[in-house]
Design a protein around this ligand. Sequence first.
Ligand code: PLP
Length: 394
Amino acid sequence: MNDSRPDLRPETRAVHVPQPAIEGSRPISVPIYQTSGFVFDDPAVMADAMSRPDGAFVYGRYTNPTVRSLELAVAGLEGGTAAIATGSGMGAINTVLLGLLSPGDHLVAQRSLYGGTAAMINELVGRFGIEVTYVPENDPAALRAAVRPRTRLVYLETISNPMTLVADLPAMCAAARELGLLSVVDNTFATPMLCRPLEHGADIVVHSTTKYLSGHTDVVGGLAVFADPGLHEKVWHFAIELGASADPFAAWLTLRGLQTLALRMERHCSNAHYLATRLAAHPAVTAVHWPGLASHPSHELAGKLLSGCGGVLAFDLAGGRPAGERFMSAVRLALLAPSLGGVETLVLHPATTSHRALSADELRRSGIGEGTVRIAVGIEHPEDLWADVSQALS
Ligand SMILES: *Cc1c(COP(=O)(O)O)cnc(C)c1O
């Protein structure tokens, strides 16, 4: 304990509470450092801490020991050198895009993007004078053809939502490198258990830790992992100004989820495989979109790139939009909810919910049918899941 100060008055002693100095042992699990700032004995150490990402802890918006623990853990899993944890996945994506792009710059992005990312890029184009070209996620020739003098980066997603297209990371990242561009990959759907984009040539990996990394549908968070410490430092300076920093309690929940990520991913993948196979054989279903199936356009690439095909699948109902809506109200165990990556199975009808802003034409172009249903498969018993899905289909 720090000395208690009997010479001070109660008002002062209530403010300056004693803290245990832990010696001789340490906590097994990472504690929540619920403090907004840190105390220094030496002003020079404080000045140094404020000017670089790996100095002493200084202020919660910069980082925090609980948050740092999460940053180091995910950077390690992804094979990166450093990370920046943020308050949401969009916080991580914005930190990276705004930290690296300036007005007049151009980026190349894959066509099938997470909705929030697509909306954000529209914002950059509409209000910040940044330009974008969309290319297929597996077409390095289209990427080469899209490049302009002010092209700065390529933006990809390992597995896309909801049609589960797999990006050709080795080919796309190699082309980007050749052209002197940075490649940024959203690895939310795959997680480092199924794919590590930095090993395939990416420079930055972004995550919505809201999904599989935390895994229990109880926290919103994000994270960006960097291969190069110099690039991390550059984005870090912007990140502390942007202020999208992670909260220590959210980081703690995410760390707790992360410890079971490998086990959960195995079950998410095997459950998705089981449901995809059963759905593909069902007469009410015209197509199943999951890269583990031989019928999927990314099947061969998935075999080379992923050590599991993920827990999200989509399927098309023969009955179109009304059948999709009927299915949504007929499930009993699966929950009708947005998001994914938690232990519970969630279902969504994109045409009437997440993608309702798209016209029938735009829907078709993104490969989403009026009767397409997305399932974010949880870790329940596969037979219980199939019993629920098959009763909802009839
Ligand atoms: C959910 C999600 C995001 C956004 O993350 P939030 O934590 O909701 O801000 C970005 N990319 C993908 C692929 C996602 O699934």
